[in-house]
Design a protein around this ligand. Sequence first.
Ligand SMILES: [Ca+2]
Ligand SMILES: [Ca+2]
Ligand SMILES: [Ca+2]
Length: 296
Amino acid sequence: MRSPKIFVTALSVIASIAYAGSAQAIGLRLNLGMADNPNTNGIETGEQGGFSDYYDQTKYPSFSQNAVTVDFNDQISGNTFVYSKNGDLLTDPNSEHWFAKYTLQNGAKIISGELNQSGKWIDREGRWAPTGPTGEKNQSNYLQVFKRQKVVIDLKEDLNYFGINWGAISPKNKFSFYNGDTLIQTFDSTDDLLTKVITEGENKNAVKASHQTNEYNTFVHFYAENADQTFNRIEMWQDGGGGFENDNHSFHIGNGAFDPDKGVTKVPEPSLVFGMLAVGGVFFLKYKKQKSLPLG
Ligand SMILES: [Ca+2]
Ligand SMILES: [Ca+2]
Ligand SMILES: [Ca+2]
């Protein structure tokens, strides 16, 4: 007789291959985000840039339970700094309680978009701060990454979502997602990503800011479309002219795929799980039955 064990193993292999074959790229959506900073009690109106609209509790009641937002607004010194799971900057960069660890390389830095009393930027580069949802000037601290500079974000837990206020968008702004040392995917605004920004701009999901010579600003949401795409390291860098300006990073913790319509981690599809159990069960029963036949 055919060994039921081998047959079930073969079925599992086929199922695994079919599953791997359905793997898609890390998903992404662009929109304008929302103006209110989820880390503060006050209601902001765009002066701190855009934030993930998954924090809109009326639409996505569960997202914030597993999410952390970093707004860079605390005074930061040094090139390595860490945030807690509440999004608070920890004074000790070697603290055990870190959730997100930032490493700024080759001169990437945090600068301020603040205006003085006559409405001029205190730091002249502050003009390029990622704007609020309708192009408002962001007067808070944000991350600036120029040519050959890089930001590395290490996360203590696996994520299935990363959202970011991406401003004054320039070609060659790059995002890479890793799990450990394994590269999951790189997004490069030289090609398809930049095309998407322009298309989404026409759809009003990205906004041109007149104070930035009409460069686009948007809120971009990256998410794992299956469990193989969860990540715990993000690298952002710039290898051309122009800067990679960004603010308001949101991280959603989860080991499964992210559901972009609900803002939660997806539960595995019951049909697949029950199907596998049923197939396994049938063969187990058959095996038991045959084993109990009298010998002879
Ligand atoms: Ca707030
Ligand atoms: Ca900020
Ligand atoms: Ca730029």
